[in-house]
Design a protein around this ligand. Structure first.
Ligand code: HPA
Ligand code: ZN
Length: 334
């Protein structure tokens, strides 16, 4: 089973680049930039990676962002992820980044996007991994902040394919961002939103009805509402599911309780992703390995999840076809 997971070319659709900042790189960048971290060692930092909920994780994650100062820092961050992605046979990735986590610290908008874009562009040539970049708004901040930032995103539309919504979900329903999402949609951006990770099924419904998302990030809690679940399945709207994140943020108590099979059985287009791999204990293949073991995924189910990663991607249909054909040549399906 692990050989099959390793073998299959796959796409990753839910990965926050700031969440791929490994403790070792965090320390290296802190030193390079003369930044004092509130931890004395990598081990002391790693000992903090025990989270009771999303907010406890976010507090540490935003603290980590402080070491990212220069365009080269963002380049190095992205390159480190891309090498892991290559090892896991990722051939296409659609990554998130949080512009406000940087602009609110006084880092110019261009510093992050230019460093990230250059790394992904180099990787496309050197590692054969294609990519899209999705800029996420921090939902704990007012919508006005997102509206104020939006012109920068629009200016960089040659580098940014879509917009997303992340950070603290509870108390910050999708509806709060309807103006900026409507504008982005009108301007031709893809739109996605985290919904139903900790928040209720009603937030998933709002993301669909009000923000008109092209994909739902997480979406686990849609399962609390049978009618909504059936609608999502019928519409073929994909969920970017993140098993190790769900475990580490206590969305599920045990990986054995993960609802992935229920999702597939209900006809949902579920995909497997790593979310914040440096914080949650593994990259995309680790997510597949541990989930497959915990809930006994069949080879067919693994194949379907990987197939979904291309179907749910924002690649042009003609390119999707090429990836799906290549996948089928592995022939373990049917
Ligand atoms: N959920 C919400 N916001 C985030 C996450 C997440 O898992 N990772 C980074 N920002
Ligand atoms: Zn996420």
């Amino acid at each position: 089973m692990n050989e099959l997971i390793q073998l299959l070319p796959k796409a990753e659709l839910h990965m926050h680049i700031e969440g791929s900042l490994e403790p070792e790189l965090m320390f290296k960048l802190a030193e390079r930039n003369g930044i004092e971290l509130p931890y004395d060692s990598v081990d002391e930092l790693k000992a903090k990676y025990n989270f009771n909920n999303l907010q406890e994780f976010l507090d540490i994650y935003y603290q980590g962002c402080a070491v990212l100062q220069t365009e080269q820092d963002f380049y190095d961050l992205a390159w480190a992820y891309l090498e892991k992605a290559k090892d896991d046979h990722v051939v296409h990735t659609e990554i998130f980044y949080d512009p406000q986590s940087h602009t609110n610290r006084g880092i110019p908008f261009e510093t992050a996007i230019n460093g990230l874009y250059r790394a992904f562009d180099d990787a496309q040539n050197q590692l054969g991994i294609s990519f899209h970049i999705i800029a996420c708004f921090l939902r704990h901040l007012p919508e006005q902040d997102a509206l104020d930032l939006y012109p920068k995103i629009f200016e960089n539309r040659d580098k940014i394919l879509g917009i997303g919504l992340d950070s603290s979900e509870m108390g910050h329903p999708p509806e709060k961002y309807q103006k900026v999402f409507a504008q982005a949609k009108k301007d031709g951006f893809k739109v996605v939103a985290h919904a139903g990770e900790e928040g209720p099924a009603a937030y998933v419904r709002e993301a669909i009805d009000i923000l008109q998302v092209d994909r739902i990030d997480h979406g686990n809690r849609c399962l609390d509402d049978d009618i909504l679940t059936a609608q999502i399945a019928k519409a073929g709207l994909a969920l970017t599911v993140c098993p190790l994140s769900n475990l580490k943020l206590q969305v599920v108590k045990d990986l054995k309780d993960h609802p992935i099979k229920t999702m597939l059985n209900k006809g949902l287009m579920a995909t497997i992703n790593s979310d914040d791999p440096a914080y949650f204990g593994g990259y995309i293949n680790d997510n597949f390995y541990q989930l497959a073991e915990a809930v006994s995924l069949s080879d067919d189910q693994i194949f379907t999840l990987v197939e979904n990663s291309f179907k749910a991607s924002f690649l042009p249909e003609s390119i999707k076809e090429i990836h799906l054909k290549a996948l089928n040549s592995f022939g373990s399906h049917e």
